[in-house]
Write a protein that binds this ligand. Structure first.
Ligand code: UDP
Ligand code: MG
Length: 313
């Protein structure tokens, strides 16, 4: 059986289109399936629509959160609740084409791979500034962390049960799925495809949200930013030692009177800035640790039609 996890946040326009298309793809496949929709605290008609679909079609399962917990929490809830031998994560807006599923299943059944992941073949249709920052992000994170992340990778992937279990076992509170998929390893086949625009509704991401997500990704999988403070510190110590020798020599040889109030202030501000910057990096990690040690649940679900659902984890 294939389980498809679909996080939904205010998707009343896209949901019927997604359901129709996915169902028609599965109709042409010779496998049992379930569509697990995770309603991430939508405030529109998403939940009533899900209930209606579930009453008409036994393949439709849903899990509804008590509020908006974010896509990462919705995906985690999905992984905790799927029953299939294979599981896939798909966006509700048809940007992840269901028509790729038969091909993905075929590759997995070949036995050589544990998961089939998709990536955008190019970044057409995206603002150039965003593409530029996205490329920088992928270069940086691959260089400074263990998480192996392919540029343009999407969350859309089909994987075997063993991989699902590994993902569920990674119960960290600050989740960055692209990194988690890479970190757990397993053999992954990369399937490139042409990017498709959202069919209906609007995206929930803007530039700043993406930037915050990228910073989260880096700090979740790398300690290198913490080392920046030490490197700055070492460099500044060496530099100031040289300056000290220089100034003493100048005083002895030329007997210069005291001068340079402006340059002194500049140096003080410069060092102060670096110290605050490093403190900020440390603060970021401490804040994350604070959230982890509180061990709050990732999500709280209040309604579901799954037998024996995991409503809280
Ligand atoms: N989503 C969610 N919770 C959120 C934001 C988004 O479950 O807080 C879902 C959304 O319904 C969609 C998927 O995550 O199915 C991807 O969101 P979106 O299409 O807005 O992101 P984009 O494709 O623009 O990156
Ligand atoms: Mg989308």
């Amino acid at each position: 059986m294939i389980s498809v996890i679909v996080p939904c946040f205010n998707e009343q326009e896209a949901l019927p289109l997604f359901y129709k298309e996915t169902t028609s793809v599965f109709a042409g496949m010779d496998t049992d399936y379930e569509l697990l929709f995770v309603n991430d605290g939508s405030s529109d008609g998403t939940l009533p629509l899900l209930k209606k679909l579930a009453s008409e079609d036994g393949h439709v399962k849903y899990l509804s959160f008590s509020r908006n917990f974010g896509k990462e929490a919705a995906m985690y809830a999905g992984f905790c609740n799927v029953k299939g031998d294979y599981a896939a994560v798909m966006d509700c807006d048809l940007q992840d084409p269901p028509s790729l599923l038969p091909r993905m299943l075929e590759i997995l059944e070949g036995g050589e791979y544990d998961s089939v992941a998709t990536r955008r073949a190019d970044r057409k249709g995206e603002p150039p500034v965003r593409s530029f920052f996205a490329e920088c992000f992928y270069k940086l994170i691959n260089r400074i962390s263990d998480a192996d992340i392919v540029s343009g990778a999407r969350d859309f992937r089909l994987m075997k049960r063993s991989m699902v279990d590994a993902i569920v076992s990674m119960c960290e509170y600050n989740r960055f799925s692209k990194g988690i998929f890479g970190w757990i390893g397993f053999k992954t086949f990369w399937l490139p495809y042409e990017n498709v625009e959202r069919v209906a509704g609007t995206t929930k991401w803007n530039f700043w949200k993406l930037t915050a997500y990228a910073i989260d990704g880096i700090t979740n999988f790398s300690q290198v930013p913490l080392d920046i403070a030490s490197w700055f510190g070492m460099f500044m110590t060496g530099f100031s030692f040289l300056m000290l020798i220089l100034i003493v020599l100048r005083r002895l040889l030329f007997g210069d009177p005291v001068a340079g109030w402006a340059s002194t202030i500049c140096v003080i501000i410069f060092i102060g800035g670096i110290q605050l910057f490093c403190l900020g990096i440390m603060g970021h990690y401490i804040a994350k640790t604070y959230l982890e040690v509180k061990k709050r649940p990732h999500y709280i679900a209040v309604e579901s039609n799954i037998d024996d659902p995991c409503l809280l984890k």
